[in-house]
Design a protein around this ligand. Structure first.
Ligand SMILES: [Zn+2]
Ligand SMILES: [Zn+2]
Length: 277
């Protein structure tokens, strides 16, 4: 699968791919490169430079240089088209060569400064590195600012917030949604002792940290969704299938994905809840 925007930023690249190492691939010490992985490898090394036949018949041409993530050590792994007349492209993984991911780990490649990097992580670590939501350390400050009444508004949001968010936009969204949870308007809300209004939190469906990727603002009443605390935590932390259902539901309420030319899969990737195979 092709890197999403969050992964491109995490690894400082514009091209990368990732997939699961199957138990079989681990056992056989070989990975068949498919789709975007194959494209990446062929573009990087040049299709004409990939040996056709088994490794032994041309060890020099089979051996390709990689940088091992994260330390950057140079390693050599064999890549060949094992069968003449077949497009199947094969990468050999090897502990001796320095790269032997475990079954069920996520392995990845990406191009950086004209070199091909390779690495692997357990799935949960990979997802946590891939999540755009994990970058936002200031969300609690933002949520607190929403729960101030106009009279006591002393928000330090602007100075502390690395991603500028306008409190008034979130409050406007809550008014437009009649102070109900946008995922399910029947969700029970308590009354805030500060604002005296039903307590809601604001969530940017397309994460605000991506603002630099777009010329249009992300902090708008279209992209902000007001959610009850339970739903807000769930969209950040719930199991992948639950989060995907919530994201599908929310993105169906307004045309925000379409406006930013993102697919639902792009959105899943930003939250690191996509199905990886
Ligand atoms: Zn949120
Ligand atoms: Zn809710």
């Amino acid at each position: 699968m092709q890197f999403g925007k969050a992964q491109e930023r995490e690894f400082g690249t514009v091209r990368g791919s990732y997939s699961v190492v199957t138990g079989r691939e681990n056992h056989d010490s070989q990975i068949t490169l498919t789709d975007y992985e194959a494209e990446l490898v062929l573009d990087h090394f040049g299709k004409a430079n990939i040996h056709i036949g088994d490794v032994k018949s041309n060890e020099k041409q089979s051996s390709k240089p990689f940088r091992l993530y994260p330390e950057g050590r140079r390693i050599f792994l064999n890549i060949v088209f094992p069968k003449p007349n077949k497009p199947e492209l094969r990468l050999y993984i090897s502990a001796r060569a320095g790269f032997k991911p475990n079954g069920e780990e996520i392995w990845f490649m990406f191009v950086k400064e004209s070199e091909l990097w390779i690495g692997a992580f357990p799935e949960e670590l990979w997802r946590s590195k891939s999540s755009e939501l994990k970058r936002d350390d200031h969300d609690d400050v933002y949520q607190e600012s929403l729960d101030e009444s106009d009279a006591i508004r002393v928000s330090k949001l602007k100075e502390r917030d690395i991603y500028v968010r306008d409190r008034n936009i979130a409050v406007k969204r809550m008014e437009l949604s009649s102070f109900t949870c946008e995922f399910d308007s029947t969700h029970e809300l308590f009354i805030s002792r500060y604002s005296k209004k039903p307590y809601l939190e604001a969530h940017h469906l397309i994460p605000i940290g991506l603002q630099n990727n777009f010329s249009m603002p992300l902090d708008t009443v279209h992209n902000v969704f007001c959610l009850c605390p339970y739903c807000h935590r769930a969209v950040h932390h719930a199991e992948k299938n639950v989060a995907r259902e919530m994201l599908k539901d929310l993105s169906g309420k307004r045309s925000v994905l379409h406006d930013f030319s993102l697919s639902i899969l792009d959105l899943f990737k930003l939250y690191a809840v996509e199905e990886i195979d």
